[in-house]
Design a protein around this ligand. Structure first.
Ligand code: FAD
Length: 322
């Protein structure tokens, strides 16, 4: 392992100043990506600038949407009651990163700045139209998350810039979301594929009928029940990971759903469209054809889970059912 100097700035300004003045310097937050790379010899910084003592980067503020500090850990996010209820897809993702030990130290800032195509929080942040708050020596700016991911391990950060937080707009009661990480094991595994959905729906029929529709584990029956109650998509976001060099939105599939009443045929069409928007490759975790097929399956599942979180019974645990 390379030798490095470890710096512990107390403020964002100090951290940016250090990055400017030091040779071959790298930010480190939880260190769960950085230290692995250093140990593997793929990274050899002369200086590590730690973000852990910067209190400005901490906390989760839930007024008028959500503002999370870049230093918020996956455990803090997954355990936040408001995020679990109103930004469920993000809680689903944060609660499934690595292991408990990893989640306790790894941060959301580190997850998005590392910009892995498989980063678990990326898809949820895409479906919530999140903006990344970036600080640099000439001030602060906000970048839509869709413009932040540039490619494998490439984020839209200039020299010395650091992410101070992530903001997400507020959504109404008729909005629900879900993230499904498709992996071989539940813990300590990167996804073969990740899909997040966020939907805002309008119920033309009865709310009780919608709740009853979720009283079965048969997905086709659930869809028929929701169709009977004229459940229509007002607004939709779908995001996919590990199907392209960076996490991406399935924008054509989103468009195809808007304003339509749920039906089996609609879900089939939308699954095909989402699959056509993916460009997966073969890897040790899964082959391209398999990933494309799973896009169809998981898009349907993520949409249904999102609707379940709006109109379904709170006791339903889709993880066990579907
Ligand atoms: C055993 C293991 C299991 C894992 N499982 C998963 C998993 O299931 N899902 C998943 O998505 N990831 C997983 N990871 C990867 C890693 O844990 C996550 O990406 C994590 O969120 C990184 O956060 P961190 O705070 O540790 O980042 P660090 O390692 O500290 O930093 C990561 C990168 O981001 C930069 N950086 C960090 N914070 C900032 C900031 N505020 N501004 C600018 N740049 C910054 C660093 O310079 C570095 O390039 C796993 C890692 C390990 C070791």
């Amino acid at each position: 392992m390379s030798n490095f100097e470890y710096h512990k700035p107390q403020t964002v300004k100090e951290a940016i100043g250090l990055m400017e003045s030091l040779e071959n310097a790298k930010y480190i937050a939880g260190g769960t990506d950085v230290m692995v790379l250093i140990r593997q010899g793929k990274l050899a910084p002369a200086n590590l600038v730690s973000l852990r003592n910067i209190t400005e980067l901490n906390g989760i503020d839930i007024q008028n949407g959500v503002k999370m500090g870049a230093g918020a850990t996956h455990t803090e996010i997954a355990n936040n009651g408001f995020i679990r209820k109103r930004y469920s897809a993000l809680a689903d993702a944060a609660g499934n990163v690595g292991s408990k030990q990893i989640r306790n130290v790894a941060t959301v800032g580190g997850n998005i700045c590392n910009a892995a195509p498989s980063a678990d929080t990326a898809c949820p942040l895409l479906v919530f139209d999140a903006k990344v708050v970036i600080a640099g020596k000439s001030g602060s700016r906000e970048v839509p998350i869709d413009d932040f991911f540039l490619g494998p391990n490439k984020a839209a950060l200039g020299p010395g810039e650091l992410v101070t937080g992530v903001v997400m707009p507020a959504f109404g009661e008729n909005t629900g979301s879900a993230y499904i990480k498709h992996a071989r094991r539940h813990a300590m595994d990167l996804p073969i594929l990740g899909i997040a959905a966020r939907v805002t729906v309008k119920v033309g029929g009865s709310e009780a009928g919608c709740r009853d529709a979720f009283g079965t584990s048969d997905m086709s029956q659930i869809i028929r029940g929701l169709e009977k109650e004229k459940v229509a998509f007002e607004d939709v976001r779908i995001a996919m990971s590990v199907v392209a060099p960076r996490p991406v939105r399935a924008k054509k599939a989103e468009e195809a759903l808007k304003g339509k009443i749920i039906s089996e045929k609609l879900f089939e069409e939308v699954g095909e469209i989402a699959a056509s928007e993916s460009q997966p490759r073969d890897s040790i975790r899964g082959e391209a054809w398999y990933r494309r097929e799973m896009v169809k399956v998981l898009t349907r599942r993520a949409l249904l889970r999102s609707i379940n979180r709006i109109v379904g019974p709170e006791t339903t645990d889709p993880d066990r059912l579907w």
